[in-house]
Write a protein that binds this ligand. Structure first.
Ligand SMILES: Nc1ncnc2c1ncn2[C@@H]1O[C@H](COP(=O)(O)OP(=O)(O)O)[C@@H](O)[C@H]1O
Ligand SMILES: [Mg+2]
Length: 240
């Protein structure tokens, strides 16, 4: 079994308006899949389905070989975690924020494990600072540390570096790449930055009007896409 998720004719609707309709998508174990596409295309909706926050209106979604349904056991849900564009941090120390998700899962980490994880994201010197004092880039690295310390099988990222400076964008991309190589974490990354997709994604997919137009190996997606809409998107012709 090589697909951690399979989607077949998956749709999602809000107030009877269909906003997502993915005919077919397989997400492989251990891959970094980037999703690009205009605003309103359904990218975040797709991530919510992959995170079991919502369930398909129609169609088949499987996770790890099992059909996703409302009663999915907590231990399955906890294998997947999400990082958003703007992290929600507790008004407590950096360390306390890192510990929080583990506490929820009943895990008591050693001080050393926490510090190691902070070092992974370059925040070891800020361990005892209030999290609210961190810069945007540091806050996002803390959010990433908080996600990675639970050792998820799947990390979903919704525009994680939008609004960050290039230095922090580079750091975050390095952290993602390292974790993917070290732990084979499956990652689905929504990004508006096509260069980011080119830098870190094994495959890239284009969503337009809720439809997955094309998903291909990243070099193929950018250099020799099969679909006209992908060509237009890649060349900047697709109107947003
Ligand atoms: N909870 C909701 N209720 C109603 N409409 C929604 C809801 N969430 C998203 N939408 C609509 O679904 C469409 C897709 O949204 P979204 O998945 O957020 O797109 P993207 O992340 O690609 O910008 C948009 O038209 C948006 O307005
Ligand atoms: Mg979105």
């Amino acid at each position: 079994m090589s697909s951690i998720y399979t989607l077949r004719e998956v749709t999602q609707s809000y107030a009877q308006r269909e906003v997502l309709n993915v005919a077919e998508l397989d997400i492989q174990y251990g891959e970094i899949l980037a999703l690009v596409g205009p605003s309103g295309a359904g990218k975040s909706t797709l991530l919510r389905l992959l995170n079991f926050l919502e369930f398909p209106h129609t169609g088949d979604l499987t996770f790890d070989g099992k059909r996703v349904h409302v009663g999915l056991p907590l231990r399955q849900r906890r294998r997947v975690t999400m990082v958003f564009q703007a992290p929600a941090l507790l008004k407590r120390s950096v360390m306390a924020n890192l510990q929080y998700g583990l506490t929820l899962r009943g895990i008591v980490p050693t001080q050393e494990a926490l510090l190691d994880q902070l070092a992974e994201v370059g925040l070891q010197d800020l361990a005892h600072q209030p999290a609210r004092k961190l810069s945007a880039g540091e806050s996002q690295r803390l959010a990433l540390a908080r996600a990675l310390i639970i050792k998820p099988d799947v990390l979903l990222l919704d525009e994680p570096t939008a609004n960050l400076d290039p230095y922090n964008v580079g750091l975050i991309e390095d952290i993602l790449r390292r974790d993917n190589v070290a732990r084979q974490t499956t990652m689905v990354l929504v990004t508006h930055n096509v260069f980011q997709a080119q830098r870190i994604a094994h495959r890239t997919g284009l969503l337009v009007n809720g439809q997955l137009i094309e998903a291909a190996e990243t070099s193929v997606f950018f250099e020799a896409p099969a679909k006209q809409q992908t060509k237009d998107f890649v060349s900047g012709k697709l109107v947003f």
